[in-house]
Design a protein around this ligand. Structure first.
Ligand code: KE4
Length: 426
C-alpha cells in the first residue's frame, strides 16, 4: 500500500496543528510511521487519500456501529441542517432523544446532553460531588474517562500509549482527590474506602474496559463494587462512553446485570456528531442547574443537528436490536479466526472479547488489568499493526485500545482480515 499523499498531508498538518492531529492517538506515535489521511468512508470501508481501500476496525473509535455514512443518519443530518444547526434555545428533538435514551437504558430517569465523553464524565463527577457533599473519587489504573484533570491519573488510551498516564498540568490539588485502584481488584478498593471513610463521592469505572485493550470485569468484582457503593453511600458511575448502545440497548448495566447510580455516554449516542451525555435517577439529576445548585452548561449542548444524528442512530438500534447479536457473532467469528491464525504461527497472544469489543495482546499471560496489559510485547504489536495495514486492514494504532466492529462488516471482510493475519511475518 502506498501512503505518499497521507505523508505529505501529515507534513502540512504539522505546520498548523500540534502533532498534526486533533487527538493524539491518531498520530501513529506508538506504532511508528505517518498516520493515514482518510478521504471518505462508506459502510465498513475507509478510502484514504492515496486511493487505498481499508477495512475499518475503529469505526471512529466507536460511533459508526452501523458503518460509515449510514443512510438514515445522513438523511436526518441533511434535513435538519437545512432548518438551522443550533439556536441556543430549547428544541423538541432534544426531548425526543432524551425520552428514547431513557426508555432504552435501565435505572435512569433524566439525561443531560453535552458535547463529548470527556464533558459527560467530568460533569458526572462534579454532580456526584455536589450531590454527596464528598470530594474524593476512585478510578482504575488504565481506565480512560476523557482528558479532564481528575481523570489523567494512570489513564488509559492515548495517555498510556504515550507513556504519560499522569499528564503535566494536572495539579497536586486535583490529583489528591483521585484515588487509584487496580481493575478487577476489589481488595484495593475496599482498602481505599476504609482509609478514606466518608470522603469518597464516587467510584467511576469503564464497566467493560476498552482503554487498556478490552478487559472484562469478573462477576465478583463488578458486583462487589455495587455492594460496596450501596453500603458506603458512594455513587457508582458507569462510564459507558464506549459500551453504551454498543453492548446492547441497555449497555453494560444490562449486559452485566449491575445497576449503576450514574451513567455517562458518548460515541454511538451522537451517531457520529459530537454528543456526550450523563444520566441518573431524578433524585440525583435534579441537583443540576437550573433546578439545583450543581452548575454545568454548554453552548452547543443538545444542538438540533447533533441530536438529529443521535436520534436517527438510536432509533435504528432500538427498532433493530438484533444488530447487537449480529455484531457479537461477527466479533466471535473474528476472535476464533485470529486466534487460530496466531496459534498456527506460534505467536504467544491473548484475545479479550465482550460483545463487539475485542483486543489482541501479545503476551502469554492473561490480561486482566493495567499491569498485565502493559506486559504486552509492543514490538510484536507494531509488526502486527503494520503487517495488517499493508494488507488493507485498519486496526487501532495502539495496543491500549479495543477494536470496534461495525455491522456493515461482512463475513467476507472478516475472512479477509483473518487471512491477512496468516500473512503477517512476525
Ligand atoms: P471523548 O471526550 O473522546 O468523546 O470521550 C472520552 C472517553 C470517555 N470514556 C471512555 C470509556 C472513552 O473510551 C473515551 C474516549 N475514547 C477514546 C478511544 N479510546 C477516544 C479516542 C481519542 O482520544 O481520540
Amino acid at each position: 500500500m502506498i501512503y505518499k499523499r497521507s505523508s505529505a498531508l501529515f507534513a502540512e498538518a504539522k505546520k498548523y496543528i500540534p502533532g498534526g492531529v486533533n487527538s493524539p492517538v491518531r498520530a501513529f506515535k506508538a506504532v511508528g510511521g505517518d498516520p493515514i489521511f482518510v478521504k471518505e468512508a462508506k459502510g465498513a470501508y475507509l478510502y484514504d487519500e492515496d486511493g487505498n481501500k481499508l477495512i475499518d476496525y475503529i469505526a471512529s473509535w466507536g460511533p459508526m456501529i452501523l458503518g460509515h455514512a449510514y443512510e438514515p443518519v445522513i438523511t436526518a443530518i441533511i434535513d435538519k441542517a437545512k432548518k438551522g444547526t443550533s439556536f441556543g434555545m430549547p428544541t423538541e428533538i432534544e426531548s425526543e432523544l432524551a425520552k428514547l435514551a431513557v426508555s432504552m437504558v435501565p435505572n435512569i430517569d433524566k439525561i443531560r446532553f453535552v458535547n463529548s465523553g470527556t464533558e459527560a464524565c467530568m460533569s458526572a463527577v462534579r454532580l456526584a460531588r455536589g450531590y454527596t457533599g464528598k470530594d474524593k473519587i476512585i478510578k482504575f489504573a488504565g481506565c480512560y474517562h476523557g482528558h479532564s484533570d481528575s481523570f489523567l491519573i494512570q489513564a488509559g488510551s492515548g495517555a498510556v500509549t504515550f507513556g504519560s498516564p499522569n499528564s503535566p498540568g494536572v495539579t497536586q490539588g486535583t490529583a489528591k482527590d483521585t484515588l487509584l485502584a487496580g481493575y478487577n481488584n476489589l481488595e484495593e478498593v475496599n482498602a481505599l474506602v476504609n482509609a478514606n471513610k466518608g470522603e469518597i463521592a464516587a467510584i467511576i469505572i469503564e464497566p467493560v474496559a476498552g482503554n487498556m485493550g478490552c478487559i472484562v470485569p469478573t462477576d465478583a468484582f463488578i458486583k462487589g463494587l455495587r455492594e460496596l457503593c450501596t453500603a458506603e453511600r458512594i455513587l457508582l458511575i458507569f462510564d459507558e462512553v464506549m459500551t453504551g448502545f454498543r453492548l446492547g440497548k441497555g449497555g453494560a448495566q444490562e449486559a452485566l446485570g449491575v445497576a449503576a447510580d450514574m451513567v455517562t455516554f458518548g460515541k454511538v449516542i451522537g451517531g457520529g456528531l459530537p454528543v456526550g451525555a450523563f444520566a441518573a435517577k431524578e433524585e440525583i439529576m435534579n441537583h443540576l442547574a437550573p433546578d439545583g445548585p450543581v452548575y454545568q452548561a454548554g453552548t452547543l449542548s443538545g444542538n438540533p443537528l447533533a441530536m438529529s444524528a443521535g436520534l436517527a442512530m438510536l432509533t435504528e438500534l432500538n427498532t433493530n436490536p438484533e444488530i447487537f447479536d449480529s455484531l457479537a457473532k461477527k466479533t466471535a467469528f473474528l476472535h476464533e479466526g485470529i486466534g487460530k491464525a496466531l496459534e498456527k504461527k506460534g505467536v504467544p497472544h491473548q484475545i479479550n472479547r465482550f460483545g463487539s469489543m475485542i483486543s489482541v495482546h501479545f503476551t502469554d499471560e492473561p490480561v486482566v488489568d493495567f499491569a498485565s496489559s502493559v506486559k504486552g510485547n509492543n514490538e510484536r504489536f507494531n509488526t502486527y499493526f503494520h503487517g495488517m495495514l499493508n494488507q488493507g486492514i485498519y486496526l487501532p494504532p495502539s495496543a491500549f485500545e479495543s477494536y470496534f466492529l461495525n455491522d456493515a462488516l461482512s463475513y467476507a471482510d472478516l475472512e479477509e482480515t483473518i487471512a491477512a493475519v496468516e500473512k503477517v511475518t512476525f
